[in-house]
Ligand binder design. Structure first.
Ligand code: SF4
Ligand code: SF4
Length: 99
């Protein structure tokens, strides 16, 4: 399951630096995926790219962004449910990409 950022976000940027998959971007900032630049998923809030989030599986025991958020604005995304095995497979795929 990926995580998502809610409207409780105060855009403090604390989570962005903690993500081992560079899955977190500032509002309006284009994101990188598979060597290509893509339009921002949100113009209003810091956002997570679901395809890049492994819930930190393969790196840490707990999602680092959730641990770092001062406003508890990061939650599990019910629209992107994945098993641990799927998340680990995603990590391996991401490692083979440019970004
Ligand atoms: S859970 Fe981990 S991989 Fe997903 S966005 Fe947060 S820090 Fe990045
Ligand atoms: S740490 Fe929390 S409040 Fe700060 S940018 Fe990330 S989601 Fe927003």
């Amino acid at each position: 399951m990926a995580v998502m950022i809610t409207e409780d976000c105060i855009a403090c940027n604390a989570c962005e630096a903690e993500c081992p998959n560079t899955a977190i971007y500032n509002a309006g900032e284009p994101y990188q995926y598979d060597g290509e630049e893509h339009e921002a998923l949100s113009e209003d809030f810091t956002y997570v790219v679901p395809e890049k989030c492994t819930e930190c599986v393969g790196f840490y025991d707990e999602p680092q962004c959730i641990e770092s958020c001062p406003t508890e604005a990061i939650v599990h995304d019910p629209n992107h449910e994945e098993t641990n095995d799927e998340l680990m497979a995603k990590k391996v795929v991401l490692e083979g990409m440019d970004s």
